[in-house]
Design a protein around this ligand. Structure first.
Ligand code: F6P
Length: 537
């Protein structure tokens, strides 16, 4: 028998998807065959269990997807990613976020340079600055110790550290308050400055390019504010730290070399929280906990690199993403952590997934002929129940869901929390049942048309043992690898973001038009809006 080509295999998967029974029917079929669907469709990875039994697929579909992954040469593509091959081909560079969590002493040579040594030198400098802030050695212009550190960044230079600082708030081991400012319009900064003391505030300018207008409009506002109280030189020396892959630009902006923390072009912005972009995480939870987060991510990297595809949790999560979006044509995906500490995980994943795989052109420059990344959004599950679950249960769209919950939860002193935690866990499990089975989940045969729950919304549940720096690191690395796996099947480059550029260029042109004596003509709608704004100014 000859092996199917990638295209033939693709058609075979599609044929299975077209005939796939409902989730409820799949459970009944497995039960009738004496098979435990939960055991069949769950896998263990470091710090977590993934249960995908409530996905709308059977064993044949899974086997077929795994064959498709083999046809796509996934195992070698994983090696390419982790060994420093130029997997970001449109920008001709590697995407080496996994190198950021390689333990000290390991070696990874890329173009004759040991990147692990670079990474650990950079982390050591970050540790030294963070320690000076945390121990009160760093002093503001009037000689007082620092009480507030403000991360000024956007996208990958904001969402990762913000998500991690909030998720690991119980691990905070300093009196310093860490804040995040990202809005271009100045809302965050304006609200925050009212409460900050200029003598004791340090601004951390986080920007890979060190040129993003959003970040530098906020940075300018912060510098102007400080210059009301001290000189520019002193403000820059004592109140600004830079995190960037562009040291020349940091220097040009006025960041003193001692206050510069560097990373590299081969770290994608949305994959950069493990680099010095995570500096504010280090300030909040200390270097030891930050290192533990890296260690957790590294354990997931090892699982991803070493586990056969059929038991490889990131691989399976990626294949399920392709199955749902491409073959079942489900264009919405929602992430539902049943844990308030993970409030910012959905927005972090929104960038990670949609900026990476929101593409319609393959690596070879040809247009895709199938749906790629779905529209992704999410919210803390119990809040989302009172916001958008109505649509999930009774709307007209099919949506795939990721439920995320922690089995155990402790307070800051290590005491197990049970009452509210059990409530959250019960709601998580209950909702995934109703999503999958609809009315049948509760044996309800009510015929009232307003009380019909369709069910058949596919979901995966990720159960973390508990939320720690290690498990958070592993969870985020899981999603990074999921994104890569899906991109390999879709044949797209997940590491560039050309789609964001056009809007930035257009904004510059419109900004000039807003200030020009004679408004240039764009289009009937933009012209009207511009004239209205200019008349009102
Ligand atoms: O939104 C585009 C983008 O380039 C993201 O990929 C990146 O995370 C963000 O802007 C911020 O860029 P920088 O870190 O260079 O300021």
């Amino acid at each position: 028998m000859t092996t199917a080509t990638f295209d033939e295999q693709w058609q075979a998967v599609q044929a299975l998807a077209d005939d796939m029974p409902s989730i409820g029917e799949l459970f009944l079929a497995d039960e009738a065959a004496g098979q435990h669907r939960g055991e069949k469709f769950s896998r263990q990875a470091p710090f977590m269990l993934m249960d995908f039994a409530k996905q709308c697929l059977d064993e044949r579909a899974l086997t077929s997807l795994l064959s498709l992954a083999k046809q796509a040469d996934l195992s070698n593509k994983i090696k390419d990613l982790m060994s420093g091959s130029r997997v970001n081909d449109s920008e001709n560079r590697p995407a080496l976020h996994t190198a950021l969590r390689l333990p000290k002493g390991e070696t990874l040579m890329v173009n004759g340079v040991d990147v692990v040594a670079l990474v650990h030198d950079s982390l050591a400098k970050a540790d030294s600055l963070a320690t000076r802030l945390r121990t009160g050695v760093w002093r503001g212009f009037s000689g007082k110790a620092i009480t507030d550190v403000v991360n000024v960044g956007v996208g990958g230079s904001d969402l990762g550290p913000l998500m991690a600082v909030r998720a690991l708030a119980q691990y905070r081991s300093t009196d310093i308050d860490v804040h995040f400012v990202s809005n271009m319009d100045g809302t965050h900064m304006e609200n925050l400055l009212r409460h900050l003391n200029p003598e004791t505030t340090v601004f951390v300018l986080a920007s890979k390019s060190f040129g993003t207008v959003d970040t530098f409009s906020n940075a300018r506002t912060a510098l102007d504010w400080l210059m009301r109280f001290t000189t520019k030189d002193v403000a820059l020396r004592r109140h600004f730290i830079g995190l960037s892959a562009n040291p020349a630009k940091m220097t040009a902006w006025g960041i003193h070399p001692d206050n510069q923390l560097e990373f590299w072009e081969w770290v994608g912005g949305r994959f950069s929280m493990w680099s010095v972009i995570g500096f504010t995480v280090m300030v909040a939870i200390g270097t030891e906990n930050f290192t533990a987060m890296l260690e957790g991510a590294h354990q997931m990297d090892r699982h991803f690199a070493d586990t056969p595809l059929e038991n490889n949790v990131p691989v399976l999560l990626g294949l399920l993403a392709v199955w749902n979006a491409t073959f079942l044509k489900i264009s919405g995906h929602t992430v539902l952590p049943y844990d308030g500490r993970l409030k910012f995980l959905p927005s972090y994943l929104t960038q990670l997934e949609m900026e990476s795989n929101g593409k319609s052109v393959k690596r070879d420059g040809k247009a895709v002929t199938y749906p790629t990344c779905p529209i992704l959004w999410g919210e803390v599950g119990s809040n989302a129940q009172h916001a958008f679950y109505q649509l999930l249960h009774q709307g007209t769209q099919r949506v795939s869901c990721d439920f995320i919950a922690c089995v155990r939860r402790y307070d800051k002193d290590g005491k197990a929390l049970t009452h509210q935690q059990d409530l959250a866990l019960s709601n998580c499990l209950a909702q995934s049942r109703v999503m999958a089975f609809g009315n049948k989940a509760v044996g309800d045969d009510d015929t009232n048309p307003f009380r019909q729950y369709r069910g058949n919304q596919p979901s995966t549940t990720i159960l973390l043992d508990s939320l720690t720096p290690e498990s958070l690191g592993a969870l985020v690395a899981l999603y990074e690898h999921k994104v890569y796996v899906a991109s390999v099947l879709w044949g797209i480059n997940p590491f560039d973001q050309w789609g964001v550029e056009m809007g930035k260029q257009m904004a510059e042109v419109v900004y000039d038009a807003l200030h020009a004596a004679i408004t240039p003509a764009f289009d009937a709608s933009t012209d009207l809006l511009l004239e209205t704004i200019k008349r009102a100014k």
